[in-house]
Design a protein around this ligand. Sequence first.
Ligand SMILES: C[S@@+](CC[C@H](N)C(=O)[O-])C[C@H]1O[C@@H](n2cnc3c(N)ncnc32)[C@H](O)[C@@H]1O
Length: 292
Amino acid sequence: MSNQMTYQEALNWASSCINGKNVDQNAPMYVLLMSHDWSTTDWLMHRREIMSNGEVTFFKQAIERILNHEPAQYIVGKAPFYGRNFKVNENVLVPESETEEMIDWVLQMFKSGTKLNVLDIGTGSGVIGITLKLERPNWQVTASDISLDALSVARWNAQHLQAAVHFIESDLFEQIEANHQFDLIISNPPYIGTDEIKMMDEAVIMYEPHIALFAEHQGLAIYDEIAPQLYQYLTRDGVFVAETGYRQENSVESIFKRSYPQADVVTKHDINDLMRMVMVRNVFNGSDSNAN
Ligand SMILES: C[S@@+](CC[C@H](N)C(=O)[O-])C[C@H]1O[C@@H](n2cnc3c(N)ncnc32)[C@H](O)[C@@H]1O
């Protein structure tokens, strides 16, 4: 690859390097677009321009990293989520489109104007808490994570996106004040069982933080821990919403039903018709303290 080339020539070169390799074939284009904040229309305008030496060097290194299975989002240091770019690095998960669907679900549940006190557990890069705060500015949002490294990314994102979110380092509810009650508790917890590692994409296993991905008990451990504590942290009309693994529908439903037999436990499928979300409400139905 010469040092004098257009973006289009660089893309052609990169495609020939990764062709037939077990890596994301769209990654070079993603790197070119995201590193310039270009849309596909911008691409059409710029693709015949000559790249600077610095850009060529960065792009060559990017292709090596792609060939080493590194996610393109970590290479450019950002990922789009709900129409905004969030900083990401190896301390946080790359946000996924299913999580955007969970945001849609929640925003449909609570129309604008409603004032809510919200807790986002396992905030990672902050995508859920920050997006909810920006979409519903009158909500009070607290976001927690067990990982200080993840929280520093989340804080950076909140500051740059101007979202007034309160962050707490906490192992689930451990550091959440006992008398603090929320109208909405939302979480995209780690839910992959360690036994599933062999079925996973190499890029995810090698680069994404394992604390964000894996949980004990076939990936159900975090739901197991959250369920019996919910009644202490939810208001009487409070709602819990979480993302789940697509094969966990029955198990997750029974975890919450075990703690709250008379609560409403509703599951929801994503656009690929896979069950990916659960909502629990009316946890106080039937009793004032019915947690097991
Ligand atoms: C699947 S990631 C979700 C990140 C982000 N909310 C998103 O949707 O992209 C799960 C997050 O939960 C955090 N986490 C794992 N165990 C936790 C625990 N016991 N208490 C709080 N956070 C935890 C991880 O550090 C990680 O940031």
